[in-house]
Design a binder for this molecule. Structure first.
Ligand code: T3D
Length: 266
């Protein structure tokens, strides 16, 4: 029986989503997009799920768009409309990951190329196996970075490195990516999933509502002036301060006990 293109597992409050087309290095086709977005939306609406872990099956994380998909190939009738593929699939996926009110951890288990690299960079915390590589492969086939890559990369590594990576398609190893601040940490290959699960499990036991507001604050800082950001922080803190997890956190601190966060907003 054919395996689904995305495997979904629930472990200790974490939705573990595994891209699962290993023979094509987990390249994306329309079906895989649909499965991943459905899984993310289910994780978003399930109160028992408080963190998401995204990874890939086999030796790769994701090689981006499936280049053998007839939908994106030129035909006798003319060139494809790749803007439609972006609008229908990649942009909604990136917006969904970024706007999700729960932390999204990415465990890059092997090569992450094209949109695969930028989907990883869209996640909140990225761990990568030491053997993993990030490749802005678009320039190798005449395309431009998508899935937010032209936005994430310069912010993460600066314009000089972003341009060199995007214009040459040079591969960046996990340790280099860590030292440049492109990802959180490079970890030994055989420790990757344990470390990623420990991280995601810790986040799943954290004050989820406050973490969601924290994502909002950090994302807004990309375009806000300091005065606007200070105003936003005031409003977000007002909301965080009304959450049961704030009361629980302070009570646990004062009583020298471990907090038991519910993740709820109210
Ligand atoms: O088009 C639109 O809809 C617009 C959106 C675009 C978004 C994008 O992501 S564009 C960029 C697309 N991705 C690429 O250009 C990367 C293509 N792949 C590679 O350059 C290399 O495979 C890697 C550098 C990622 C890994 O190299 P390597 O040597 O480890 O593996 P390989 O031998 O090249 O690949 C293994 C198999 O996976 C191979 O199949 P085979 O020969 O064993 O049957 C290869 O064809 C297949 N594969 C790898 N990447 C893709 C793929 N098949 C389809 N699509 C792929 N992207």
């Amino acid at each position: 029986m054919e395996q689904p293109g995305v495997l979904v597992e629930r472990r200790d409050g974490v939705a573990v989503l595994t891209l699962n087309r290993p023979a094509a290095l987990n390249a994306f086709n329309a079906d895989q997009h649909r499965l991943l977005r459905t899984a993310l939306e289910e994780a978003r609406s399930d109160a028992a799920c408080r963190a998401i872990l995204l990874t890939g099956a086999g030796k790769a994380f994701c090689s981006g768009q499936d280049l053998s998909d007839p939908a994106i190939l030129p035909t006798d009738a003319g060139p494809p409309d790749l803007g439609a593929a972006i609008e229908d699939h990649y942009n909604p996926l990136i917006r969904l990951i970024r706007n999700l009110e729960k932390p999204v951890v990415c465990a890059v288990n092997g090569v992450a190329a094209g949109a695969g690299a930028n989907i990883a960079l869209a996640c909140d915390i990225v761990l990568a196996a030491r053997s993993a590589k990030f490749i802005q492969a678009f320039c190798r086939i005449g395309l431009v970075p998508d899935s937010g890559g032209s936005w994430f990369l310069p912010k993460l590594v600066g314009e000089a490195r972003a341009k060199a990576l995007a214009l040459t398609g040079a591969a960046v190893g996990a340790e280099q990516a860590e030292s440049w601040g492109m990802i959180w940490r490079a970890v030994d290959d055989d420790a990757l999933m344990d470390e990623a699960m420990a991280l995601a499990g810790g986040l799943a036991a954290a004050p989820t509502f406050g973490l969601g507001l924290t994502k909002t604050a950090i994302h807004a800082a990309a375009t806000n002036l300091l005065d606007q950001q200070l105003d936003l922080e005031r409003e977000l803190q007002r909301r965080a301060g009304r959450s049961p997890d704030y009361a629980e956190g302070v009570d646990a601190f004062l009583n020298k006990r471990k907090p038991a966060f519910s993740g709820r907003a109210s």
